[in-house]
Write a protein that binds this ligand. Structure first.
Ligand code: SF4
Length: 176
């Protein structure tokens, strides 16, 4: 099986994507989310991510909280509406780091859980993934995991494992 480094924004979103990919790839979760507002929230989402991955036997690699990387990436775009240029920059930051890490650490390809959310545009995310793939020269596995009731299934799995489900995307701007 190919070794896939799967960027994950949180445990609940990863549930369904892990379910779809686990029989096709040797999966490792990559938790790199400097966009999350407050270190407490970051750590809470990470601990839920680890708890779920422990339950289903998937490894987790996490990168310590560095919000300054997010603020540098979205500088000048703070007031964009959700789904606009700020989010595209946020996706790019996280996918580039995932691709770089995967390339330097013996993985074969990378992907992200981000498209499972109905609030996120999978066309933009997959375009950013492909552009990142060309830039880093590393294979991106495209996907739209909200398809075939993917989001609904992620909620069901989250309930089954009693996972914390946050009510905002991540950054301070998405709380408004
Ligand atoms: S709303 Fe979500 S995707 Fe958009 S910038 Fe904030 S954390 Fe990133």
């Amino acid at each position: 099986m190919k070794k896939l480094l799967l960027h994950s924004c949180c445990g609940p979103c990863s549930t369904q994507v892990i379910d779809v990919l686990k029989d096709q790839y040797d999966l490792t979760i990559f938790y790199y989310n400097p966009n999350i507002d407050t270190s407490e929230e970051f750590e809470h989402r990470l601990s839920e991510q680890k708890r779920y991955c422990n339950a289903v036997g998937v490894k987790v690699i996490d990168i310590p909280y560095q919000p300054e990387e997010y603020y540098a990436a979205i500088h000048g775009y703070e007031n964009e509406p959700e789904g606009g240029n700020r989010c595209e920059r946020c996706f790019r930051l996280r996918l580039e780091r995932t691709a770089q890490y995967a390339k330097e650490n013996g993985f074969d390809c990378f992907a992200t859980t981000l498209t499972v959310s109905p609030h996120k545009n999978s066309v933009i995310i997959n375009r950013v993934g492909k552009e990142t793939s060309e830039k880093v020269k590393f294979e991106f596995i495209e996907g739209n995991y909200k398809k075939q009731d993917g989001y609904k299934k992620s909620i069901e799995l989250s309930k089954k494992y009693n996972l914390y489900r946050q009510n905002y995307c991540g950054c301070e701007f998405s709380k408004r």
